[in-house]
Design a protein around this ligand. Structure first.
Ligand SMILES: [Zn+2]
Length: 435
């Protein structure tokens, strides 16, 4: 069964109670009730498109529809498109309104009717298109990797430390350089990385460093291996005073003479993961979070055996992003291709802090299973590119929904106000006949 219903009502400037009245007057409410009575088992996908921007577009799809609005007859025009697509058990309702405010009111109103009057349960109503609904199932199948759990604990302040390239290089030394993740006195780490004690303490408060006091063997001139790190120097002093500890390297019994108390630091597990590239995933995620609901974003997850850096769903587009804080090779491209294809992603992105060679990029030229894009450069360039992509995707979505609307509804739509009123009469007539 394919049902196409259109109704034009006003929404933009009137208040919700008035709008609800209009809605009732047009018979739309009872129509909805009747229509859904038999389909209570269905899942309802409720989505909205704010067409406001297109109103003044010279190539707009519905000149009359919007001129109706412009003539100031009754605020903006909304059309409702109800039809069954995608799955036999999902009904899609798309609301169109002139601006976000009206759209919000309209979708809320329809949702209320579906729940309060028809008896749908809240969980049966999904805010999004059917495609989005199907894709969100894919998203919900993704499982967090150990790093995925870590990424959710990264604070904006912590991430911020990694957006400075120089700081990143310094911190990398702690993981790949001579420090190798062991504890060293601040007096050695600081000058070596050109960090002040305050810098290190700040990184400590952000969770990037682990800082504490320990016994430092004066003979070996290093942190006696196996030593516990304490929060206060008093605790170490107590340990040395009691002479209950010794250096596992040289065997010296450690006391206040053979050892001294040092403030030492080491990179934390989180700091290590961030340094090894997790910061870029966290950064990409933080950019996307500004325009997409957190529920629709996953970072560091498994899809079967594939490890995916960032996956997000916007409207009805599923995107996968591979983040590389290192040189990208042909093999990386191949892996990304396979992962994106298995996920049935719409777009695959490669975000890299390094320039990608033309050879590597051209290997993606013939890929037609999904859109491919690469974003390279410093953090600002990556941010701009991602934001631009999301904005473009939204505009495309609006255009395609309007196009869809045009194809399905336009034959019934309104070339002028008279036809529009006739359409409303027809609509009331068929309502009596068919429901
Ligand atoms: Zn020693």
């Amino acid at each position: 069964m394919v049902e196409i219903t259109c109704l034009s009502a006003s929404a933009s400037k009137i208040k919700l109670p008035e709008f609800a009245k209009e809605f009732k007057k047009a018979g739309f409410e009872s129509l909805l009730v009747k229509m859904f009575e038999k389909t209570r088992e269905s899942m309802i996908s409720l989505t909205g498109v704010d067409v406001g921007k297109f109103q003044h577009d010279k190539e707009m799809l519905f000149p009359m529809l919007f001129s109706y609005h412009e003539n100031g007859k009754k605020g903006c025009v909304l059309i409702d498109l109800i039809r069954e697509i995608g799955t036999p058990t999902t009904i899609e309702i798309t609301c169109f309104a002139g601006n976000k405010n009206s759209l919000f009111k309209l979708t809320k109103l329809i949702k209320d009717i579906l729940i309060q009057q028809i008896g749908f349960e809240k969980k049966q109503i999904f805010n999004g298109t059917v495609r989005e609904l199907l894709k969100s199932r894919t998203l919900n199948k993704l499982v967090n990797s150990p790093q995925g759990n870590l990424i959710n604990n990264i604070t904006p302040e912590c991430l911020n430390a990694f957006l400075d390239k120089k700081m990143r290089e310094k911190l990398r030394q702690l993981v790949i350089g001579p420090f190798l993740g062991r504890f060293f006195p601040l007096s050695i780490v600081g000058p070596s990385l050109e960090l002040t004690e305050d810098d290190i303490k700040k990184l400590g408060s952000l969770g990037i460093f682990r800082i504490g006091y320990t016994a430092y063997c004066s003979k070996c001139e290093e942190v006696a291996s196996g030593q516990v790190i304490f929060r206060s120097p008093e605790e170490v002093e107590e340990l040395l005073r009691r002479k209950v500890t010794w250096c596992a390297t040289c065997g010296t019994s450690l006391d206040t003479k053979t050892a001294r108390i040092e403030l030492v630091c080491s990179v934390s597990d989180m700091g290590r993961a961030l340094t090894q590239g997790l910061w870029l995933e966290a950064y990409v995620k933080s950019i996307i979070e500004k325009s997409i609901a957190k529920d629709n974003i996953r970072a560091s997850v498994y899809h079967g055996n594939d490890e995916l850096d960032v996956v997000f769903l916007d409207l009805d587009t599923l995107d996968v992003i591979e983040c590389k804080d290192k040189t990208v090779g042909l093999n990386d491209m191949y892996v990304l291709t396979m992962k994106a294809a298995r996920l049935k992603a719409d777009n695959a992105f490669l975000v890299s802090t390094r320039k990608i060679s033309k050879d590597v990029l051209s290997s993606m030229k013939d890929e037609d299973r999904f859109g491919f894009m690469s974003m390279t450069g410093d953090v600002k360039t990556i941010k701009r590119a991602l934001e631009k992509h999301i904005g473009k995707m939204r505009e495309n979505f609006k255009r395609s929904r309007l196009q869809q609307l045009a194809e399905i509804v336009l034959p019934f739509a309104f070339p002028d106000v008279e036809r529009f009123l006739a359409r409303q009469r027809w609509y009331r007539h068929t309502r009596r006949l068919r429901y």
